[in-house]
Design a protein around this ligand. Sequence first.
Ligand code: SF4
Length: 330
Amino acid sequence: MVTNAAAVTSDRRTQLAITLVDVVGRLATGTTAMIPVESPAEVGVVDAWCRGNGHSVLAVHADAVEVYRGRLSDLDSKIPTERMPGRRLWLYANFHCNLACDYCCVSSSPKADPRALGVDTVAALVAEAVTAGAVEVLVTGGEPLMHPAIDEVVGICAAALPTVMLTNAMLFRGSRLRLLDALPRDGLTLQVSLDSATPGLHDAHRGAGTWLRAVEGIRVARSMGFTVRIAMTVSRRDDAQEEQVRQFAASMGISPEHMVVRHIARQGEATSGIVLSRATLVPEVCNGRGCLVAPCRGHRPGDDGEHRLDAPRSEHRVDPRGIPRLPPSR
Ligand code: SF4
């Protein structure tokens, strides 16, 4: 976690330390609390205090840091075998993109080095994943449709395992529309990013006009016979907004189980979001059979364990082994 903690005055450090001792000291182990911060530099102060006192920073928001009482790594021993990392293969097919979103966790943009995976490499990776017992492949980027051989890449994946290709759905025209048409319909889901039911929020992160083109792309993909899943990326939980997107998706013929709500990760271009760790990644990489932590207010009374990283709602399971879930963040 890179922050300039030295820029924080000693008075403010003292205030933060008093707040942390008071708030975290009263938390039960395995629960979280919000610590207000006034600048990015103060995130480093909170992080250093947590490290020195056996606690963890779970998420960073614009005005607060979410602190977890205890070490997230302590949860590793409680991960059931079937949820250990390795059940899903994430392939970063290429790193360049037609967009440059302000929260892109891999800093993709039209200027990014493509670093495209070769078809032979993909074939070898998929074969290895099958041998290792993987159950699903996710092809992402960058924008995968900018990979010149994405039809071959996805064809290899979908022939071996259920496959999801993540796309912003904005390049479904010309030669790339022909590439799209060459993708298999069976065994493949297109996961399209759509952050809001109207252009405002989506365009604020992704650029003017991107929402409309994504919606057009969704319609094109569905008319071509693809299964489409919508992925909504959020900074904080907002049930009303999620419901609006769900209803908008339904108006395009996309059912609720084909909707994913994922949190911004504090990585790459993002200055706030969940802090990645093995424990917070578990739902993302392991098909989301329950989860161990509650990133960014992920659990609330009545949620029944649904996680908020990258699992479709239909993947939700109450943890069968009784692993303690976190109470709501404050
Ligand atoms: S978030 Fe997705 S669409 Fe946006 S720049 Fe990154 S890879 Fe491209």
